[in-house]
Design a protein around this ligand. Structure first.
Ligand code: F6P
Length: 527
């Protein structure tokens, strides 16, 4: 049976009618006044994460219609196809199985998991996952016990940087004393030079993190790091470099003898659960890393088994569709009220915009509706003193996604009052966005009725962070599945890479033949 495109389903038409009839005039203040149960009606609990969705522009009718849309788009079947290891990344003919990286070994899981269709087919991959994980964690423990290694430099970009960097910062409370972590991603030599100037070759471990081991920025930085290491008198590349890649042969050709592999069914932006997660394991230890995986696995099970109505990634993904395609909201602001989560917005940008920033459906035909919103943000309370003005009084409505943590990350050393002030600000901003303020004077008028989601963690731990990340991965899957796009390729990043290879020698030679006037003019000025 041919799958209907989402905008051709009866549910889409019904959502449109509902939006016109009442959805576009929905008022949060009235909704709370009319329904004392609204908070509990629109809150969901998932492993490690409580989410209050009640300050969103939804009612029970829109929620029911969005669920009907999910059914008519075959969301559950698409999800099950991913968990069964089908080649859902069809433009690259690959399965999408990052969930397998956090699944316990089969022996332990067997009974509980027996119901998964086709699971037996994934047993060989799962065995490989655990063999690699065990080796990587043994290595991590060895390095952690090696007092001579004081600095770990991760060289990688995109998914080989953003996830590990975000997680190492987020889990700072759990990071072993005596090791410093550095992340170098940009081809801008200033970044690598800035890190190297504080280091000594015999105290440094370089991790060359690249799924493909071909990415231009990473290769340039890796070669420069190796040259620096040798110029400092460093000899033992085996001890001071490790390669994290699916292309073990290329890492070996580079001269790296310590390598940890992974597989083409792990997308770059989903790879922090694989060998790419080594910096996290070095930071928090093998046991902590296993807890991180376990938190994510708990969220996988929630996504795989909870009713769609109670399924947090499903409800968030459907809300994203409601906002993007019916309300027409073009961006979402990410507001982690935790400075430990300061790279959370950057991490989510790649996860969502590289996954769902697509203009064609699975059949390659242009889509007549919008897909990924723009994600942006800064940690609270900093954002309040920068762009929250626009969120409260600007002409566009931007849904805000708060993340707050009940206990301060450094609870035992919590400076008196800080965490309470931080949480008060998060609650107050969400409240102010919704409530608004009437003022005849105009300039002091806040329209209010501005939506937000509020996510709450008890504490930022390896397990809760793992769950929070997996929640976002699955939420992106949900909107992508409704839109009928391939969320797992990224062809859009290729053209610029190819053109840069053409331009680089021209910057030396000055050859501008065949270039457009602007590129030629800029190139000449830059020479
Ligand atoms: O340019 C985009 C991209 O392919 C991302 O998807 C990926 O995370 C990043 O580059 C880095 O790729 P690699 O890990 O192969 O170096």
């Amino acid at each position: 049976m041919k799958k209907l495109r989402c905008d051709q389903t009866p549910a889409w038409a019904a959502l449109q009618a509902h939006f016109e009839a009442s959805g576009k005039n929905f008022d949060l203040r009235q909704a709370f006044a009319q329904d004392e149960q609204r908070f509990s009606r629109f809150s969901l609990t998932a492993p490690h994460v409580f989410a209050d969705l009640s300050k969103n522009l939804i009612d029970t009718d829109s929620r029911a219609l969005l669920l009907a849309l999910a059914q008519q788009c075959g969301l559950a079947q698409q999800r099950d196809a991913m968990f069964a290891g089908e080649l859902i990344n069809h433009t690259e003919q690959r399965a999408v199985m990052h969930f397998l990286l956090r699944k316990p070994p089969l022996a332990q899981a067997e009974r509980a998991q027996a119901a998964i269709k086709n699971e037996a087919n994934l047993a060989p991959e799962l065995a490989q996952v655990h063999a690699t994980l065990d080796a990587m964690l043994a290595y991590a423990e060895q390095v952690r016990g090696d007092a001579a290694i004081t600095d770990i430099v991760n060289i990688g970009i995109g998914g080989s940087d953003l996830g590990p960097q975000m997680a190492v910062l987020a889990l700072d409370e759990f990071v072993t004393a005596g090791k410093r972590f550095h992340f170098v991603s940009n081809v801008d030599g200033d970044e690598l030079a800035g890190v190297l100037k504080g280091l000594k070759a015999d105290g440094t471990l370089f991790l060359i993190a690249s799924k493909t081991f071909t990415t231009a920025e990473t290769m340039a930085n890796a070669h420069s790091a190796k040259a620096w290491f040798e110029a400092q008198g460093g000899r033992d590349i085996g001890r001071h470099f490790a390669g994290l890649t699916t292309n073990v042969a290329a890492a070996q050709a580079f001269g790296i003898t310590t390598t940890f592999g992974f597989w083409d069914w792990v997308g770059g932006r989903y790879s922090l659960w694989s060998a790419i997660g080594l910096p996290i394991a070095l930071a928090i230890g093998a046991a902590g890393y296993r807890e991180f995986l376990a938190g994510a696995h708990a969220m996988d099970e929630h996504f795989r088994t909870a009713d769609l109505a109670d399924n947090l990634p499903v409800q968030l993904g459907l809300l994203d569709v409601w906002y993007r395609n019916f309300h027409g909201f073009s961006s979402r602001s990410i507001a982690p009220y935790s400075s430990a989560l300061r790279r959370w917005p950057a991490y989510l940008q790649q996860l969502e915009m590289e996954s769902n920033g697509k203009r064609v459906g699975s059949d390659g035909q242009p889509l007549p509706f919008e897909t990924s919103p723009v994600l942006w943000g800064e940690p609270g309370t900093n954002g309040q003193h920068a762009y929250f003005q626009m969120l409260h009084q600007g002409t566009s409505v931007v849904p805000v996604e708060f993340v707050a943590v009940k206990q301060a990350a450094h609870a035992p050393h919590d400076l008196p009052g800080h965490h309470t002030k931080l949480l008060a600000n998060a609650l107050a901003q969400a409240q102010a966005l919704m409530r608004g303020k009437d003022d005849a004077g105009g300039h002091r008028h806040f329209p209010g009725n501005r939506p937000s989601t509020f996510m709450l963690l008890e504490r930022l731990t390896p397990a809760s962070l793992g769950a929070l990340i997996a929640l976002q991965e699955h939420r992106v899957f949900v909107s992508g599945a409704i839109w009928g796009i391939n969320s797992f390729d990224q062809w859009g990043v290729e053209l610029g890479k190819v053109l840069a290879r053409d331009i680089e020698p021209r910057l030396q030679s000055g050859d501008v033949s065949g270039l457009d006037g602007s590129t030629a003019g800029l190139l000449q000025r830059l020479r």
